[in-house]
Design a protein around this ligand. Structure first.
Ligand SMILES: [Zn+2]
Length: 308
């Protein structure tokens, strides 16, 4: 190559070279995903004075929408059956665009009711559920009390019935026992004990944060990554009171909110989607125990005697 040409080529190469070094592959992990599920619609837990079921659902819907959370609800037609507000609560949830799945008509405990009664109760909830979800798929099932059967036979009997009816199971991979704050809150609010309510607010957020750390630690230990998490919450008065702060916390921790169906596309949830196996549906506690790994302590619960 002639020297003049090589100088020209070098100049051209220099001119077309990027001014800065090309970006190197980043090692920052993707944002962890969180699917939020709300159980016991239309009625969960005791209410403080001056708060009704409609106020609870309105506050929860407003917080979910403000944070663009694609939440999934779970319906028990037999809950709040004597409350004239119940239809309006379900309508408020649905008109905000949130779907409903099946949580059983009367929230039976499979471990005490047995599979025959349990399946009948789930089937009884289907007509009202279908009526609340016209033209939409409602075939998600959430076990009341998260009890999936005291024996393998009971577990398989229910999984087989759910499979025949076209259900997927809504697993739970994040839960800090949110329901336990509703009763003390109702009592402390009735006494207008603001100090006690402030303590409940602190302990609720502390437990939620501890549960994030706990589940992420197990996921990292098991898989070296974040699985998409499925959070269990309830349609309770204290959940309504705390949801704006709770959702802020998850955002601050870097979570991205996704629908349940997106979270459960992850292979971790295979046994909650394909019900042909004996289950149970997956948890990180269960997966850790199965591998002989340490399971971190459960998250702290509120003082059950608060304001009693
Ligand atoms: Zn429930």
């Amino acid at each position: 190559m002639a020297p003049a040409f090589s100088v020209l080529l070098a100049a051209l190469l220099a001119a077309t070279a990027p001014a800065v070094a090309p970006p190197v592959a980043t090692s920052a992990p993707p944002a962890p995903q969180l699917a939020i599920t709300i159980d016991d619609i239309p009625a969960h837990g005791p209410l403080p004075p001056g708060v009704d079921r409609r106020a609870v659902v309105d506050a929860i819907v407003a917080a979910l929408r403000a944070h663009a959370v694609p939440a999934q609800g779970f319906y028990n037609r037999g809950f709040g059956i004597d409350d004239p507000q119940s239809p309006a609560v379900v309508a408020a949830w649905r008109s905000a665009g949130f779907p409903l799945g099946n949580h059983g008509y009367s929230h039976l405990d499979l471990d005490t009711a047995g599979p025959t009664a349990f399946i009948a109760d789930a089937v009884r909830n289907e007509a009202p559920l279908a009526a609340a979800m016209p033209g939409a798929d409602w075939h998600w099932f959430r076990y009341p009390f998260l009890h999936e059967g005291a024996t393998v036979a009971a577990r398989v009997a229910v999984r087989s019935a759910l499979r025949q009816r076209g259900y997927r199971i809504a697993a739970v991979t994040m839960s800090f026992g949110d329901y336990a704050w509703n009763a003390p809150y109702a009592r402390c609010a009735a006494r207008n004990d603001r100090g006690a309510v402030a303590q409940l607010e602190d302990s609720y957020l502390t437990a939620a944060r501890a549960e994030v750390q706990r589940e992420r630690r197990m996921s990292a230990q098991l898989y070296g990554r974040d699985i998409p998490y499925v959070l269990l919450l309830h349609l309770g008065a204290f959940d309504a009171h705390m949801l704006p702060r709770l959702l802020d916390m998850y955002e601050t921790l870097g979570f991205r909110f996704v629908p349940l169906s997106v979270a459960e596309q992850d292979r971790f949830y295979a046994s909650a989607i394909d019900l042909s196996g004996s289950g149970p549906s997956p948890t990180l506690d269960g997966a850790s125990r199965a591998r002989g790994l340490a399971v971190p302590d459960a998250t702290p619960q509120p003082d059950a005697a608060s304001c009693s």
